[in-house]
Write a protein that binds this ligand. Structure first.
Ligand code: NAD
Ligand code: WQD
Length: 339
C-alpha cells in the first residue's frame, strides 16, 4: 500500500515524507516543482536510505492522476500541493483559486473514481480569521480570512465538509497548521523560499546568514506585552508527525474532523529574534516598521483536541526550532543547489 503525497517535495511535504519513509510507509510524491526542487527528496533518500517514488506533474492533471491511481496501490492521500504566498494571492487570485481549489477538486474526483477515500488536507489557522479570543480551539467558528490564499483554504474546507456529509466512505482530516518553522535536525532539509521570504523565521535566518540586511518588525504597537505580533510557531518535524497520527486515526474513523496543529504557546516577533540570536551566536539587526496590512495581533492554538484524538503533541521547543533552522541555513546559505 502506497501513500500519495501531493506537494511532497516542498517544505512541510519533504519533512513528512522523511517521517513516513522512516516508519516503513511506501510513498509516491506528485509535485510540479513550482516552489521546490528535486534535491529535497534526494536528501530525504540519503537520510532514510529509502527512495520515495516521484512523479513531476500537476495535481490539476486528471489524466495523470487517473494513471497514478491505476498504476499504484494507493491507500490514502496527503494533499500539500498548493500555493501559499499571501501577497501574491492578492495580486493573482485566479492562479491561487485554480491551484488550491481546482487542484483539490480534481484530486477528489480522481480519488472517488479510484475508490480511495482517505485524505489529509493542509489547512491553516488563517481559516479562523481574526479570532475573538485565544487560545483558538476547533470549536471557534471559522472567520473571514483577509486574502485570497486564506479564502482558498476555507473554500476547500467547506468543499470537503460537503463531500464527507454526502458520502460516508470518506475519512478526511483538516489539519489547521499554525506557524510552521524549523528544519530537520540533520540540517540537510529545511525551508527554501524562492525570492525574498514573506514569513518571519526564514527572513530572520537570511539576515543571520548575511543574505538580507535587517528584519523589519511589522508593528511595535500591538496590544501585546512587547508590542509585537504573537504567533504559535510549530517545529516542522512535530507538524510532520501530526500527519502520521492523522493518517492512522483516519484508518479507524470515517467522517471529517478538523485539528489544530500548534504548540499552545505564543511568541512575539522580538522573542523570535532574540531566540535566534542565542542559536546563531550573534546579533540580528532589526527595525520597528509599520504594521503589515491584514496582520492580526495575536494567535495561538489550543492543541488539546489533537492530543485527545490523535495522541499527538508538539515536543520540540523554541530553542530547538532555532538551532535546527540555523543548522540548515548556515549549512545551506543559498538553499538547495540548482534552484
Ligand atoms: P511549499 O511551497 O514548500 O510546498 C508546496 C509544494 O506543492 C511545492 O513543492 C510545490 O512545488 C507544490 N505544488 C504547488 N502547486 C502544485 C500543483 N498544482 N501541482 C503539484 N504540485 C504543486 O509549501 P509548504 O510550506 O510546504 O506548504 C504545504 C501546504 O501547507 C500548502 O498547501 C500550504 O498552503 C499549507 N500551509 C503552509 C503553511 C506555512 O506557513 N508553510 C501554513 C499553513 C498551511
Ligand atoms: C509572523 C509574525 C508578522 C515577517 C502567514 C500566513 C498564514 C500561514 C502562515 C501559510 C507576524 C511578523 C513577519 C517579517 C515581521 N501561511 N513579521 N517581519 O502572517 O502569522 O501567517 O504564514 O500557509 O496563512 O498568513 O506568518 O511568518 O508572515 O508572520 O515582523 O519580515 O511575524 O507581522 O506578526 P503569519 P509570518
Amino acid at each position: 500500500m502506497t501513500l500519495l503525497i501531493t506537494g511532497g517535495a516542498g517544505y512541510i511535504g519533504s519533512h513528512t515524507v522523511l517521517e513516513l519513509l522512516s516508519t516503513g510507509h511506501d510513498v509516491l510524491v506528485l509535485d510540479n516543482l513550482s516552489n521546490s526542487s528535486r534535491e529535497s527528496l534526494a536528501r530525504v533518500a540519503a537520510l532514510t536510505g529509502r527512495t520515495p517514488g516521484f512523479v513531476q506533474g500537476d495535481v490539476r492533471d486528471r489524466t495523470l492522476l487517473d494513471r497514478l491511481f491505476t498504476q499504484h496501490d494507493i491507500s490514502g492521500v496527503v494533499h500539500f500541493a498548493g500555493l501559499k504566498a499571501v501577497g501574491e494571492s492578492v495580486r493573482e487570485p485566479l492562479r491561487y483559486y485554480d491551484n488550491n481549489v481546482t487542484g483539490t477538486l480534481t484530486l477528489c474526483q480522481a480519488m472517488m473514481a479510484a475508490d480511495v477515500h482517505r485524505l489529509v488536507f493542509s489547512s491553516s489557522a488563517t481559516v479562523y480569521g481574526d479570532p475573538a479570543s485565544t487560545p483558538i480551539s476547533e470549536a471557534c467558528p471559522t472567520g473571514q480570512p483577509t486574502n485570497p490564499y486564506g479564502r482558498s483554504k476555507l473554500m476547500v474546507e467547506q468543499i470537503l465538509q460537503d463531500l464527507a456529509a454526502a458520502d460516508p466512505r470518506w475519512s478526511i482530516a483538516l489539519l489547521r497548521y499554525f506557524n510552521p518553522a524549523g528544519a530537520h535536525a540533520s540540517g540537510r532539509i529545511g525551508e527554501d523560499p524562492r525570492g525574498t521570504p514573506n514569513n518571519l523565521l526564514p527572513y530572520i535566518s537570511q539576515v543571520a546568514v548575511g543574505r538580507l540586511a535587517q528584519v523589519s518588525v511589522f508593528g511595535g504597537d500591538y496590544p501585546t506585552p512587547d508590542g509585537t505580533g504573537i504567533r504559535d510557531y510549530i517545529h516542522v518535524v512535530d507538524l510532520a508527525l501530526g500527519h502520521l497520527a492523522a493518517l492512522d486515526y483516519l484508518q479507524r474513523h470515517p467522517g471529517l474532523q478538523a485539528w489544530n496543529l500548534g504548540t499552545g504557546t505564543g511568541y512575539s516577533v522580538l522573542d523570535m529574534i532574540h531566540a535566534f540570536e542565542a542559536a546563531c551566536g550573534h546579533a540580528i539587526a532589526y527595525t520597528i516598521a509599520p504594521r503589515r496590512a491584514g496582520d492580526i495581533a495575536a494567535c495561538w492554538a489550543d492543541p488539546g483536541k489533537a492530543a485527545r484524538d490523535l495522541g499527538w503533541r508538539a515536543q520540540r521547543g523554541l530553542a530547538q526550532m532555532m538551532a535546527d533552522t540555523w543548522r540548515w541555513q548556515s549549512g545551506n546559505p543559498d538553499g538547495y543547489p540548482g534552484d
